[in-house]
Ligand binder design. Structure first.
Ligand code: NAI
Ligand code: MG
Length: 489
């Protein structure tokens, strides 16, 4: 085992960013950041309050006029400076992220680098944020302006905290909004490390960061009347709550990136070995111990290839090396918290009681060094859509195989859940692939593998969300159009 050292950058206590200053919470209280993998205390995080939200929103309001008037080139320059300073800190950020969320250092290097890479893409498309001109009418000239909403809030989930802190704020900020970011309470440290760099390069008040819990920081942000735009990443239940309580305070622009119960559909003519590898990779065991909105937790496998497929998937899953966050050889870490551990374990119990066949995992690792909230990669077979484990998002390392035989029934089962985030399709038959791509209720479809590129919209159908991120539509959603009509005759 090659283990890197505990990062020396870790501070005893971190501070929030409000009005350009690194500050404690108004109450002076903190809560503990712990590593769910090693159970060690990492640091103390400011326990933000409604008063902190109030100060942050006021500061964002005050910073708004100058920020919206600033030229796009200046805003992009600030972002490129941020990117270059962050690039020097990738190793520190990755090590801290791995410890704080329980994932592995190798996975977190990719996550941190991905977050920084987002800046290159967005500063590239920023200039395309422009209005239209219309053909002139009788005596008029007509054009539209794209203007920011004002103060926006981004509330993020725990599974990619650093990359969300960039990916789910940059559209709003580049479009000229000012912002308050509320990081996840389970792993806030890298968002606060980012805040330290933001404090150096952004004008004060443009980007504030308030840490704390949903009810005490998230909820007051959502219902604050001056916050006109909300970008939320989290569970469908919280997303719905936010949608409702936002409307009580005023009509706001809301983007919701919520959960998934994503299918991967294997047709009998698929390249089995590649489909097996994709099914295991698509569970994101090695990125986030399966805690991903995009994990393909329902594998629909044609009965003619079912036995071979399940055996090969089990074989591959059993080779995933579970280990400590700073172990360079480890491929999968722990889940994020005791609460998430209990939730996943309870679903494993539910699966057994519902009559699904537990093929692999379902328990803690045997290695006594892995003391934290570890759950081995878990495989259920003979799952059907009558079971809770086939319908509800588990958000952990649990994959279910659902055998199928009839194509129409398959399509109905695939679309039977409330979610609709992603879908994988494996077949060599182009007609089948395109028919399913057309009919499946999902915001993203992958045919024969998860290829992807910057700029492809990310977002959900049905209860998986509203709006799209990672693309031009994100920048546009962070603006409102104004039609300007001039009489020239
Ligand atoms: P969660 O909904 O419990 O928490 C998400 C964030 O909302 C946290 O920062 C939390 O403090 C805050 N929050 C909680 N209650 C709130 C309230 N009443 N008002 C305002 N803010 C509140 O979600 P969790 O369990 O932390 O994250 C996992 C979920 O996120 C899964 O369902 C997952 O699928 C989803 N997710 C979706 C993604 C997407 O892009 N579609 C990406 C990553 C995660
Ligand atoms: Mg933690």
């Amino acid at each position: 085992m090659t283990t890197i050292a505990r990062p020396r950058v870790l501070k005893d206590t971190y501070k929030m960013l409000i009005d350009g200053e690194l500050v404690e919470s108004a109450s002076g209280e903190t809560f503990e950041a712990i590593s769910p993998a090693t159970l060690e205390h990492l640091s103390n995080i400011p326990d933000g309050t409604e008063e902190d939200v109030e100060r942050a929103v006021r500061s964002a309001q005050e910073a708004a006029p100058a920020w919206r008037r600033m030229g796009m080139q200046e805003r992009c320059k600030i972002y490129l400076e941020l990117a270059s300073r962050l690039r020097e800190k990738v190793e520190d950020l990755a090590a801290v992220e791995a410890l704080d969320m329980g994932s592995t250092i190798s996975a977190m290097r990719r996550d941190i680098a991905g977050g920084i890479h987002t800046i290159e893409y967005y500063t590239g498309i920023a200039w395309e944020l422009k209005g239209d001109t219309m053909p002139n009418s009788n005596g008029g000239m007509h054009f539209t302006l794209r203007q920011p909403h004002g103060v926006s809030a981004s509330i993020t989930a725990y599974n990619h905290p650093f990359s969300f802190a960039i990916h789910r704020t940059i559209g709003a900020l580049l479009a000229g909004n000012t912002l308050v970011l509320k990081p996840p309470e389970q792993d806030s440290i890298t968002s606060l490390m980012l805040a330290e760099v933001v404090a150096e390069v952004f004008p004060k008040g443009v980007w504030n960061v308030v840490t704390g819990f949903g009810p005490t920081v998230g909820a007051p942000l959502v219902r604050h009347p001056a916050v006109r735009r909300i970008i939320f990443t989290g569970s469908a239940a919280t997303g719905k709550l936010i949608f409702k309580s936002a409307a009580d305070a005023g009509l706001k622009s809301v983007t919701l990136e919520l959960g998934g119960k994503n299918p991967i559909i294997i047709f009998p003519d698929a390249d089995i070995d590649k489909a097996v590898a994709a099914t295991v990779a698509g569970m994101n065991f090695t990125q986030t111990a399966g805690q991903s909105c995009m994990s393909n937790s329902r594998a629909f496998v044609h009965e003619s290839i079912h036995d071979e497929f399940v055996q090969k998937v089990a074989d591959r899953m059993s080779k995933v090396r579970v280990g400590l966050p700073l172990d360079e050889d480890a491929q999968m870490g722990s889940v994020v918290s005791e609460a998430q551990y209990n939730k996943v374990m309870s679903y494993i119990e539910i699966g057994k009681q519902e009559g699904a066949t537990l093929v692999l995992g379902g328990e803690r690792p045997s290695d006594p060094e892995l003391k934290g909230y570890y759950i081995m990669p878990t495989l259920f077979d003979n799952v059907n859509m009558g079971m809770r484990i086939a319908n509800e998002e588990i958000f952990g390392p649990v994959l279910s195989v659902l055998p199928w035989s009839d194509e129409e029934r398959l399509l109905a089962d695939v679309n039977a859940v409330d979610y609709g985030l992603t879908a994988g399709i494996w077949t060599r038959d182009v007609h089948k692939a395109l028919r399913f791509a057309h009919e499946v209720e999902a915001g993203t479809v992958w045919i024969n593998g998860r290829s992807g590129t910057q700029g492809m919209p990310h977002g959900g159908f049905k209860d998986s969300g509203l709006g799209r991120l990672g693309c031009m539509e994100d920048l546009l959603a962070n603006t409102q159009q104004k039609s300007v009509n001039i009489t020239i005759e």
